[in-house]
Design a binder for this molecule. Structure first.
Ligand code: VNL
Ligand code: MN
Length: 358
């Protein structure tokens, strides 16, 4: 694959170019936390609540003092250390988001207050390093009306680029009518909802309790894939034709399922009333990122299946190491045009991140 020596799109403060990369590198699912949220998650994991998410939450926010989890300082670092990691691999920008489960395990008041605080903190980090960070807003769906006000503030006042929702909230999904105001607001603000994993909801949790299947190994993908299929099969996207949903992890296996979803889930079959087939919703309403799936075959399949314009590069820092995530996308068999789109152009268009010129 030829590498252009210069590019009008190389940018940020040129981290990618300094590392010998042709294209700007925007990583689109990059996790962080703030001490107040970390503290509350630690408290949750000391409670008697045996939600499936507690396994992971406890391991990070309630680790024994003599055996701390190295993820925690990495999550809390929204400054120098993170920038150094980015620089080492030529990553220009992190699209930051509060890490899963966000504020979605807290009571409604706590969740709303912490979402506002997290949004302010992430916005401060962006203000401090505007060429290196952009951010998605944390959403507290527990109180949908209040969430909408914060969504409007996050985009209108703080300049954030979309919303992070960590799949289910209290075992409920976004297709349910009480959450429609959130979908409506995201559509009106022209800002995507990134549906990020958390562990499977209570109703399907049991088989995931064995073998630590709860988290990124398998449970996360099943949870979010199911969420995405609900959005399609419920017909809710017929109401929000311009809503953009982003899925990480190469689309949480949904691209691989589209043919079968189209066939078995076609309008009219088994009483279905949704207007479109799954692949039509996917083309119109969804985009995916590569987070945590550094597989060139899966990437090529997704390009062929859903189109290169719907795919964005992501690392999944700090859960996924940065150097291999950067190396694989540069080594992947892509045309220069495809690489430019995946590494930054699509993120600029889909999230409204300002393009930069050399
Ligand atoms: C993991 C991976 C966790 C990706 C994440 O969020 C994530 C994990 C809590 O491997 O535990 O986004
Ligand atoms: Mn992630």
């Amino acid at each position: 694959m030829t590498v252009k020596s210069t590019g009008t799109s190389a940018g940020g403060d040129g981290a990618a170019r300094k590392a010998g990369r042709a294209s700007r590198m925007i990583a689109t699912e990059e996790a962080c936390s703030i001490p107040e949220v970390a503290e509350r998650l630690g408290q949750l994991s000391r409670s008697t609540w045996d939600s499936l998410d507690i396994k992971l939450v406890g391991s990070i926010y309630n680790a024994p003092p003599d055996d701390p989890n190295p993820l925690l300082p990495q999550l809390l670092d929204i400054g120098a250390g993170r920038l150094e990691t980015m620089d080492e691999s030529g990553v220009d920008m992190h699209l930051l988001s509060l890490t899963a489960p966000g504020v979605q395990m807290f009571d409604a008041d706590t969740a709303a207050a912490l979402a506002t605080l997290a949004n302010d903190r992430l916005a401060e980090a962006v203000t401090a390093h505007p060429t290196r960070f952009a951010a998605l807003a944390t959403c507290a769906p527990q109180d949908p009306r209040r969430a909408v006000r914060e969504m409007e503030r996050a985009v209108g006042t703080l300049g954030m680029h979309g919303f992070m929702i960590n799949s289910h909230t209290g075992n409920e999904y976004l297709d349910q009518q009480k959450y429609w105001p959130i979908l409506e607001a995201a559509e009106a603000l022209n800002a995507p909802i990134y549906i990020h994993p958390r562990a499977p909801s209570d109703g399907m949790a049991a088989p995931f309790r064995d073998y630590r299947l709860d988290a990124a190994v398998w449970g996360y993908g099943i949870e979010v894939g199911t969420h995405a299929v609900r959005l399609m099969m419920s017909g809710v996207l017929d109401r929000f034709e311009n809503l953009k949903i982003v899925l990480g992890h190469m689309g949480e296996a949904v691209p691989f399922w589209l043919w079968r979803l189209d066939y078995m889930g076609r309008p009219g079959r088994q009483g279905r009333t949704q207007k479109l087939r799954a692949s039509e919703y996917f083309a119109r309403n969804f985009a995916i990122t590569t987070s945590g799936v550094e597989d060139p075959l899966a990437l090529r399949y997704c390009i062929d299946r859903i189109g290169v314009d719907s795919i964005m590069w992501a690392i999944d820092h700090p859960y996924q190491p940065t150097p291999p995530a950067a190396e694989w996308i540069h080594a992947a068999p892509l045309t220069d045009e495809e690489r430019e789109k995946i590494c930054h152009g699509n993120a600029e268009r889909i999230f409204g991140i300002e393009a930069v010129s050399a």
